[in-house]
Design a protein around this ligand. Sequence first.
Ligand SMILES: [Zn+2]
Length: 210
Amino acid sequence: MNSYERLLLHNKAWAAEQVAEDPEYFARLASIQRPEFLWIGCSDSRVPANSITGTQPGEVFVHRNVANLVVNTDLNLLTVLEYAVVYLEVKHIIVCGHYGCGGVKAAMSRHSFGLIDPWLRNIKDVYRVHEAEFKAIADPETRCNRLVERSVVEQVMNLAKTTVVQRAWQKHQSPHLHGWVYGLNDGVLKPLVRKGPGVELPEIYQYDDV
Ligand SMILES: [Zn+2]
């Protein structure tokens, strides 16, 4: 059997199992989507949003990219964000990084990887801001993991800078923004930062007329 056939086989069994447990399962899911969470995570195959949070289909709206970045010119991310905030009215947005992130490691090196270089530049910029702190960490793995954390906090701030989020805050005091890091070694999620309406953003990022 080809490896991809295993997926189709598992799917068949899974679908049958859901219906056996709850005959209305798919009918209910198909009719409406009302997730409470938007998850912005890394594309890394070891960090699947639903599995590690014990959530089911229908509970989490998901966007993933290399190194879980919130880039203000990324139309894909902005589209997902606006849809989640304006139409789905999610209550929480979670940016989830993970220790040992290959994207962050690559950003820390001086090697050019091609098309991904400008994407990773966003992480290099975070490194530059905290350069003194990173240079004081001798162990490369520890340094990388600290950059993972610093980057997650930065991405949360990037969310707060968007008009989509600021407009929602003015309108209904939500969503709340969370920055978490996942440990590949122990499977544990560590909350780093939580921001709600009234977050202290430098004035220049605050819109008066959203
Ligand atoms: Zn990663």
